[in-house]
Design a protein around this ligand. Sequence first.
Ligand code: SF4
Ligand code: SF4
Length: 300
Amino acid sequence: MTFGGPDVNIANFVVIAGVSTVQARNFAVNNTSSLPDLFMKNLTVTDQKQFPDHMRPLGTATFRFLCHAGVGCFTRCCRQLELYLYPYDILRLKKRLGISSEEFLNRYTGVVKGSNPCFPSVIMVMNDNAEKTCPFLGEGGCTVYADRPSACRTYPLERAVDRTPAAGADREFYFLTNHDYCLGHGEAKEWTVKEWVRDQNLQMFNQMDDLWAELDTLFADPATWRGEGSAGPRQLLAFMVCYNVDRFRQYLNDQRLLEQFRLDKSRRRLIERDDEALLLFGFDWLKHLLAGKPTLQPKS
Ligand code: SF4
Ligand code: SF4
């Protein structure tokens, strides 16, 4: 069985050329040693957490920003992007477009080697035109605005989640980015992080992205793949569960997967009809399958 689909080939993941502008994106900080070397110089200590000098968490401070059709740079940021897509982004976009997850992957994405040393990342492929515009950029701006990816809605902020066990509960930090071309920073409107998160409907994206980040950490451990190497059966399975939710539903039904675990009726019914619930089940199943975590209880 081909888990990734005929054209979604994770065996040959490559860095796509021509994506030099880095868009703001969520990232998880498991511990400071996981930050790239570049970031380890000139650390700032904030609330016992270390960050590079140029990354000062906003905390409760306000920032000025407004993006609207009247700014001179309108849509300037929707081109030449290195726009990483997370599982929940793909789910929202494929629903928005009314196509299957497999069709979405084939039409709009590429599989690349990102920051995870053992598992590929998915990136939006820009249009093949002089400006390398995002495929969802229209004359009036973003054509998928209500379902735009988390990186687009988080901008101009970046979010980091500290999952250091010693810190107890997860802690999130937000940082303000500042690209020279972005004139939104010159607008008068002031926001707190809390107001921005609410205004951009980020809560659900953050919840789903945090669960994905846990899995991504598991995927970064070579032991997870039991020596199969890249694009082995376990990686193909994991890729399908995370990114190709419609193919996963077919697999779940073919393999009668739900019947193998103790699930209360309401959750089971939700998984059967709802893609978000299916994705959450998939995350639990992968943790159970790949790392033996007690996220699901098998029937004896
Ligand atoms: S203000 Fe910034 S975010 Fe808005 S369109 Fe301009 S560059 Fe993009
Ligand atoms: S998805 Fe929308 S907001 Fe994001 S880069 Fe594309 S056009 Fe811009």
